[in-house]
Design a binder for this molecule. Sequence first.
Ligand SMILES: [Zn+2]
Ligand SMILES: [Zn+2]
Length: 377
Amino acid sequence: MKLLLLLLLLPVQARAADRDVSVNVYSLHKFSAITVEPAGGGSAAAGHALAGAGRFSAKGSSVSFDGRHKAGPAKTLRASGGIWLSGKGLPRRLYHGELVFTAQKGRLRIANLLSLEPYIAGVVSGEAADFSHAEAYKAQAVAARTYALKHYRAHSGEGFNLCDSTHCQLYTGADNIRAKARAAAEATAGEILLYRGAPAETYYHSACGGRTEDMTYVWPYEAKPYLVSVKDGPTGRPYCSIAPGFRWKTKIYYTGLTRLARQAGWLVSDEEARGLKITAWGTSGRAAELEITTQRRKVAVPATEFYHGIGRRAGWNAIRSSWFRILNGRDYVFLDGVGSGHGVGLCQWGAEGMARRGFKYREILKHYYPGTEINHD
Ligand SMILES: [Zn+2]
Ligand SMILES: [Zn+2]
């Protein structure tokens, strides 16, 4: 029986763990040239061994290397082995696997082709940077792997699977990969979270504040039975209370709110914000809808839109989550809040808090995604 199970599981495990992923790097940057340097031996660029620095550049839709190697009909050039990338306005980063360079309207585009597990180790290094417990790293690894496979076709038609920004998952290359992140990816290799046999939508966030939120109060997407509000530990002592900045306070002057609300399109140009209140709440106690009072009318703004709209313009530390109460002053409002992030799915600091209290990664994942199971895809 045991042998049969092994035979059934092994090829499946190999499928997810051996999968390659193509990640668009520097996806938020616009550039037409980049410098490559070898990292260790065995590096190659445009079909030749790479001994020193070289330069890929784009012109129109053709890409060249050191001005000499013009691209063929496919208009693609490659580099492989350990490669350092750097350029004007670009952070210096190390990539393993293969780099594929293409050009589009004079802009260089680079995809990093690598195995799934080193990619997961990279994502987990960024996401779990402040964690200390192996079980928290493992929970994050399974959530990140499931997310990557679920969104594998997020950029289909663009020539790669995933981008390296938070649109997909933050990935900054092979430098600074933490030993604990690599170990977590290896220990859970190929494992993903399933709901009724299909990969789950594993949203995660920094700290829920004491209770995660029903997805439907945050996004207007179809409800998922496993993205529901769960209590994050004992009352008054939530698992994520160890998060830095767990409680936060922000003072917003009406002049500033007026400016941001006009930029966001909530108010028209001659309207002034004169009041702000919460008019609807989610299951957790987060704001679901806010109302801005002007000299003429009341304007309803979904809390998620408010949180993103303010964050994009005033910085993500201004309002760290949509879980706050509002205290009104004469010419300002005071937001007194808890947690950070959208509050849906895995609470990252809660995972660390649970790990510190002795929970294993499977228990952590089942807590935040109730009804799901861990398996290989
Ligand atoms: Zn993306
Ligand atoms: Zn939490």
